[in-house]
Design a protein around this ligand. Structure first.
Ligand code: PRP
Length: 211
């Protein structure tokens, strides 16, 4: 008899696409899944349990084994740097991490960069030998250059609409972002067959262009 596989799912922008992908490989996720406010949703017929987490917490849940596997954006993985296996690029929720500024940006003596991703931003500027002060914000990052808090930001760009509507420009792409399937290192050994089956189905499905 197989164990229950605990899956950490990100709430918010990735959720719909991740649920859709899991349905497409035959996991019978109920229709009202996205609307539910329940934080743990059991699917006994698939021997799975879904844990609805804030995206930034998914790698933590997986590292500590509270979830066996999880779906998370590459942005969060890069920022959190958790001890987990990255098993697969799910090729969903595509966007990018970029340096952004006002169109008339000029280098300043005391450059400040606002971001939700302080580790990513610090590493990026350190690698380029640029000294900047990194200011951590938790949302509406685009405000920072508009109100004089920072001269640039490091943030996610998807459609570019937020930038356009706030008169900001993308100065440099840091890396591309898609969602990834991650696994707890011990679970990957102990529940190998279950995890590998899901991973193989997803991989075949993605390779076939999700037809
Ligand atoms: C994200 C990101 C940008 C925006 C990019 O914010 O931080 O602000 O989406 O998307 P776009 O290029 O399609 O406009 P989110 O909506 O997650 O909200 P936040 O401001 O709370 O970070």
């Amino acid at each position: 008899m197989q164990d229950i596989l605990k899956v950490a799912m990100p709430k918010g922008r990735i959720n719909k696409q991740a649920v859709q992908l899991l349905r497409e490989i035959g996991i019978p996720i109920p229709e009202d899944f996205d609307e539910s406010r329940k934080l743990i949703i059991s699917l006994p017929e698939a021997r799975m349990e879904f844990i609805m987490a804030k995206p930034v917490d998914v790698p933590t849940l997986v590292e500590y084994g509270a979830a066996d596997i999880g779906v998370v954006g590459k942005d969060v993985l890069m920022e959190e740097n958790r001890n987990v296996y990255e098993l697969l690029d799910l090729n969903i929720a595509r966007c990018r991490m970029s340096v952004i500024g006002l169109s008339d940006w000029q280098p300043s003596l005391n450059p400040r960069v606002a971001t939700k991703y302080p580790n990513v931003a610090s590493q990026y500027f350190r690698e380029r030998g640029q000294q900047v002060e990194v200011i951590k914000l938790n949302g509406s990052i685009e405000l920072a250059p508009l109100i004089g808090l920072a001269d640039r930001i490091v943030d996610m760009v998807e459609t570019g609409q937020t930038l356009r509507e706030n008169g900001l420009v993308e100065m440099e792409k840091i890396f591309d972002i898609t969602s990834r399937l991650i696994a707890n290192r011990v679970s990957y050994r102990m529940k190998h067959e279950q995890i590998q089956t899901i991973c193989d189905k997803l991989q075949a499905h993605i390779a076939a262009g999700r037809l």
